[in-house]
Design a protein around this ligand. Structure first.
Ligand code: GLN
Length: 487
């Protein structure tokens, strides 16, 4: 069988439905591509060909029995933060190096119900803390476009695997930008839905009020298909939105005439690399040609996003990660004197430096006497940022700007300066703090560095279908998303 390894999800689905290819054939194709190319990229932490092939066979049998499902037989790889029954799930940490999940996350289950076949588990920053995949216990992931550069993070394996044609699509999670920034660095389309659209049940928690699951793919059309499979109310997650299932592809073909794009002046300031600003301007011209109008808006409180995030995220992480104590699951130290010593040693050995830094900050900001000064204030800032957006949506339908202030950087360029690393997410974090949906799509190259540029689209709550429509119309008019690395 010859198969175009860069076929989109939509094309793959079509070929499967027309019986030009089977789920088993596709699984074999991608598994063999993983075994030849992954050693250079390190995008996968775990593969289990036996499990993958038996899932593929089960999906082919569903089809043979006349069952229909939206993505019957389409392969998918999952970030190693999603629990999958019987699969090792490490979260990129030594702490969970040998942890085998006893049940599957709702998102994974939903995708399997839709017919998708698991190819394996993808590398990531430890506990999703990072912007470059350099904090993974399992080693860095290489950017398939330039092996000396980072793929972005924390969902670096999710981005690198799709960009390299090792899978047609992947899942990621986004707490502060971990879907959108790696999507930009690897020239992909990635979406973080409205908080509560995808269930967090069975996804290892980092910062519970910010975490959301979302898809990576080559196109917005694919992201719409994937999100339709992933999303849905889940009684197992108290923050899951109880609303009917949506077809996120429904508005893809709408023309953009009359679309009002808000351009916050705060997203076009000095911090943005000139080559990125230029590519974004050119992409906005394409949008204007498609019938959209642009209007300047102001988000005066977004400048507080990064400081607010680095209070809220570590605070919630310090609480969530207290469960990893060596007693019930995860790494346990070999030598210890008593139970307190066992906790201490297990955590000291099991967690890496960045995770420890977050636990220390989080414990500090939540401690008696400091809670009011930090966590409570950060909560107030979240409200102010949300109010800014509310005002903006009085004059625009979506907000746009660059996804990140600079493109894919070299390994080591920021790893010894946490604040430099944190500033990668200066544009993405606001959407996590407010819970709004946001996405990134390819929109050009920074001519000064040769690195890819992402257009960041932030939408009003539950406006995913419109955002996907916007990005899809752009992709019908442009070719950036069709570029693939030579591997
Ligand atoms: N880079 C941010 C951090 O390190 C965001 C990570 C994420 O979205 N998971 O916390």
């Amino acid at each position: 069988m010859s198969w175009n390894t860069f076929a989109t999800v939509a094309e793959t689905k079509k070929a499967l439905d027309a019986k030009q290819v089977s789920a088993v054939e596709l699984a074999k194709h991608y598994l063999s591509r993983v075994s030849s190319i992954n050693p250079a990229l390190n995008a996968f932490i775990t593969i289990d060909p036996e499990k993958t092939l038996s899932e593929a066979l089960a999906q082919d049998n569903r089809r043979a029995k006349g069952e229909a499902a939206p993505l019957l037989g389409v392969p998918i790889a999952h970030k190693d933060i999603y629990l999958i029954d019987g699969w090792r799930t490490t979260c990129g940490s030594k702490m969970l190096e040998n942890f085998v999940a006893p049940y599957s996350s709702t998102v994974v289950k939903n995708m399997a119900d839709a017919g998708m076949v698991t190819l394996g588990k993808l590398n990531m920053d430890e506990f999703a803390m990072g912007s470059s995949n350099e904090t993974s216990y399992f080693g860095t992931v290489k950017n398939p476009w330039d092996l000396s550069r980072v793929p972005g993070g924390s969902s670096g394996g999710s981005a690198a695997s799709v960009a390299a044609g090792l899978t047609p699509a992947s899942t990621g999670t986004d707490t502060g930008g971990s879907i959108r920034q790696p999507a930009m660095f690897c020239n992909l389309t990635g979406l973080k839905p409205t908080y509560g659209v995808c269930s967090r049940y069975g996804i290892i928690a980092f910062a519970s009020s910010l975490d959301q699951a979302g898809p990576f793919a080559q196109t917005a059309e694919d992201c719409a298909l994937l999100l339709s499979a992933m999303a849905g109310f889940d009684p197992h997650d108290a923050t899951s939105l109880d609303r009917p299932k949506e077809d996120y592809s429904r508005d893809l073909s709408k023309p953009l005439k009359g679309l009002r794009i808000g351009l916050p002046k705060e997203f076009f300031g000095d911090g943005v690399a000139p080559g990125i600003a230029k590519a974004v301007d050119e992409a906005l011209d394409v949008y204007r040609k498609l019938g959209a109008t642009t209007v300047e808006v102001s988000l005066p409180n977004v400048k507080y996003s990064v400081p607010a995030y680095y209070v809220v995220a570590p605070a919630e992480a310090s609480s969530n990660l207290s469960r990893f104590d060596g007693a019930r699951f995860g790494h346990r130290a070999k030598d210890y004197t008593d139970i307190v010593d066992m906790y201490k040693r297990s955590r000291a050995e099991g967690f890496g430096a960045e995770v420890k830094r977050r636990i220390l900050i989080g414990t500090y900001v939540l401690s008696h006497g400091y809670y009011d000064a930090y966590y409570l204030q950060a909560g107030k800032l979240r409200r102010l940022i949300a109010e800014d957006f509310k005002k903006a949506y009085e004059v625009c339908d979506v907000v746009m700007g660059p996804t990140a202030p600079e493109g894919a950087f070299q390994f080591g360029a920021k790893s010894d300066d946490p604040v430099k690393m944190y500033l990668n997410d200066i544009f993405t974090i606001c959407a996590n703090l407010t819970g709004q949906p946001a996405m990134s799509h390819p929109c050009g190259v920074d001519k000064d560095t040769g690195q890819f540029v992402g257009m960041h689209i932030i939408g009003n709550y539950l406006d995913e279908a419109r955002m996907l429509n916007v990005a899809h119309q752009y992709q019908l008019a442009t070719e950036w998303h069709k570029k693939h690395p030579a591997l």
